[in-house]
Design a protein around this ligand. Structure first.
Ligand code: SF4
Ligand code: SF4
Length: 352
């Protein structure tokens, strides 16, 4: 397993245009598979347009204590892109005035941003209904300075969403690195100990599953049952919901697909599983994603491909919700990952 990001390895896939060439070329350019835009045009959804803005997703930096095999951010300890307090202040201004009901902080490991706690304290005061922090769990055990994170999250009534690719050590460590499973279990127990994830607790703790190979996730409800049973029986751990997420063919997952010679088969599988009912609820229809340096995107995936919003307003300093809501969403073939099967978003499936 690689210990450095694609960027630090000077891999050609660290260049977003190279990724887009792959996604727009090959089997799609040759007409073997339809472009995503043609597929959604058949049901009258091209151009794809936003509905009401509900979620502001802020990526506070690409630095992470892990280097997971399938990371769509290409995050790792060697990534130095970190949101400054100045950009955070611009975000806070927007958070105080937005019509969105959910604030979703992500990374990297967002906790590694030196101003993370200040930002959470300030953002919590805005009284947004659902305040999510995406924590990779191991960060809570990575260093003494993070040991009190469960208490800190509790104090600010943060909704914790954490990746947990499997309830077995082998599958989790294969995807996320050796020792990740044991540290994640310990972190979950600590979150439970302060009240997170308990059946009647308002302290929300949700887990995210993503497949560890070139295949689509199974049924979300069935997997949630299996995870709950196994984590309770083996470790006395409780959590609220499991979100099943499809790996999108970008960044390190694209690298994995190409290196394992699975890229074409995976794209065929995504297109085969295309579900028109998922299109109207894809994440970009109710979300704006903000990067560490304040640029605006339709979603975290478009952010990683550096596909900025198609709007006059492109940066947080010029934020204007009405203008942003009047835009066409930028799509490419990676979008098939959001419409396969029951659909996929940062909150799990998008159809019932
Ligand atoms: S998947 Fe999450 S935990 Fe893993 S390297 Fe990427 S940002 Fe870090
Ligand atoms: S990848 Fe982004 S832009 Fe494409 S459908 Fe998914 S959420 Fe929308």
């Amino acid at each position: 397993m690689a210990t450095k990001s694609l960027k630090a390895r000077h891999d050609e896939l660290a260049i977003t245009n190279r990724q887009l060439e792959i996604l727009n070329g090959g089997i799609f350019a040759e007409g073997e598979l339809p472009y995503f835009k043609d597929k959604i045009a058949q049901i009258g959804h091209f151009p794809l347009r936003p509905k009401k803005l509900e979620i502001l997703q802020i990526n506070v930096g690409y630095m992470c204590n892990q280097v997971c095999e399938h990371c769509h951010v290409d995050a790792g300890p060697d990534r130095k892109e970190i949101m400054t307090r100045e950009t955070m202040s611009q975000c806070l201004e927007v958070i105080r005035n937005t019509g969105a009901h959910t604030l979703d902080l992500t990374g990297g490991a967002p906790e590694m941003n030196p101003d993370f706690r200040w930002f959470v304290e300030e953002a919590a005061k805005a009284g947004i209904k659902d305040f999510i922090v995406r924590s990779n769990l191991t960060i809570i055990r990575a260093n003494k300075k993070y040991y009190d994170l469960p208490e800190f999250f509790k104090k600010h009534n943060v909704h914790v969403i954490s990746s947990m690719p499997h309830y077995t050590r082998g599958k989790t460590d294969k995807q996320r690195g050796e020792g990740v499973f044991d540290k994640s279990i310990k972190a979950l127990q600590e979150l439970n100990a302060v009240g997170y994830g308990m059946p009647d607790s308002g302290l929300r703790l949700d887990l995210v599953y993503n497949p560890s190979g070139a295949y689509l996730p199974g049924n979300q409800a069935a997997m949630e049952k299996d995870f709950k049973k196994a984590l309770m029986e083996d470790f006395n751990i409780q959590f609220h919901n499991l979100f099943a997420i499809t790996n999108l063919p970008i960044a390190r997952f694209l690298d994995y697909l190409i290196a394992s010679e699975n890229y074409e088969d995976y794209m065929y599988a995504l297109v085969d599983a295309y579900n028109p009912a998922a299109v109207q609820n894809v994440m970009c229809t109710n979300t704006i994603s903000i990067s560490w340096d304040g640029w605006l995107y339709d979603c975290d995936f478009n952010q990683m491909l550096d596909l900025k919003v198609a709007s006059k307003v492109k940066h947080i300093k010029d934020y204007n919700e009405d203008l942003l809501n009047d835009r066409n969403i930028i799509i490419s073939q990676h979008c098939y990952g959001c419409t396969a099967g029951a659909g996929s978003s940062c909150q799990g499936t998008v159809t019932n």
